[in-house]
Write a protein that binds this ligand. Structure first.
Ligand code: ZN
Length: 211
C-alpha cells in the first residue's frame, strides 16, 4: 500500500508535496503556496512561509494562521511571514467549511492555456476528458467550467473577487484559475487535493498541446 499524504503529519506532508510540485516545475523558486487545516486546533490552518524555495521545505517552514482573526497563531522562526496569497486560502476555507487543504501552484501550462482565453471571460470550458471523473463529475461528455479570475497586483482584491463570485455561484469544480498566474485547488483531505491538482494540470497540458 502506498503511504498516503494524510498518514503523515500535516506539515511533513505539505513539505513533501512542495518537493514533488517543485520537481514538476509547478513551484519554481519560491512560487506558490500550500496549506492544510490543523487536525488539532480548530479554525486554524498551516501555510508555507513567504519567500521560501518550495523544493527545500521542512516541517518548520510553515505558519499557523487563525481563520477567525486572520492573525498568525504559531511560527517557528521569528521573522517568518505568511505568504501574501494567504488571503486566498482563508477565503477558500471560509467559503467551503469541509475543505481540509488548499494548494496554489504556478505552472507554465496553466499560464499558456489561460492566455488563449478572451480577456474578461470568467470561465474556461474544460474538454470532456476521462480525467474529469477524478473531479467527481460523472456525466457522458461533461461540459464543465473552471472559474477564471484576472491576475491583479493586489492579491487581496483577487481574494475579494473570489469571495463575491463564489458566494453568488458555487463553482462547478473545487478549483479556480488566475489568468497568467496559476491554479488554486481545494479538497476534503490533503491526498484528495493533491490528486485534484494533478488532474487539473493534466487538463491544462492537454489544452496547451491540443491547440
Ligand atoms: Zn501565486
Amino acid at each position: 500500500m502506498p503511504e498516503l499524504f494524510d498518514q503523515l503529519s500535516t506539515r511533513s506532508a505539505l513539505a513533501k508535496i512542495g518537493k514533488d510540485f517543485h520537481h514538476r516545475g509547478w513551484m519554481a523558486g519560491t512560487a506558490g503556496n500550500l496549506s492544510a487545516r490543523s487536525n488539532s486546533i480548530e479554525d486554524c490552518f498551516w501555510i508555507t512561509s513567504s519567500g521560501l524555495p518550495k523544493g527545500q521545505l521542512d516541517k518548520h517552514d510553515f505558519i499557523l494562521m487563525d481563520l477567525k482573526s486572520n492573525d498568525v497563531s504559531q511560527r517557528f522562526y521569528e521573522n517568518a511571514k505568511p505568504s501574501a496569497e494567504t488571503c486566498i486560502h482563508s477565503t477558500i476555507y471560509t467559503l467551503f467549511p469541509d475543505s481540509r487543504a488548499c494548494f496554489h501552484i504556478h505552472s507554465v501550462d496553466a499560464c499558456i492555456a489561460t492566455s488563449r482565453i478572451t480577456t474578461g471571460q470568467q470561465q474556461m470550458l474544460l474538454p470532456p476528458l476521462e480525467m474529469i471523473k477524478g473531479l467527481d463529475i460523472w456525466q457522458q461528455n461533461p461540459e464543465v467550467n473552471l472559474s477564471l479570475f484576472e491576475n491583479l497586483l493586489d492579491v487581496a482584491e483577487i481574494s475579494q473577487q473570489i469571495q463575491t463570485r463564489f458566494k453568488q455561484t458555487t463553482p462547478e469544480i473545487p478549483a479556480l484559475m488566475i489568468r497568467d498566474h496559476g491554479i488554486t485547488v481545494w479538497g476534503n483531505s490533503i491526498q484528495q487535493t493533491y490528486n485534484r491538482v494533478e488532474i487539473i494540470e493534466f487538463i491544462m497540458s492537454y489544452l496547451v498541446r491540443s491547440n
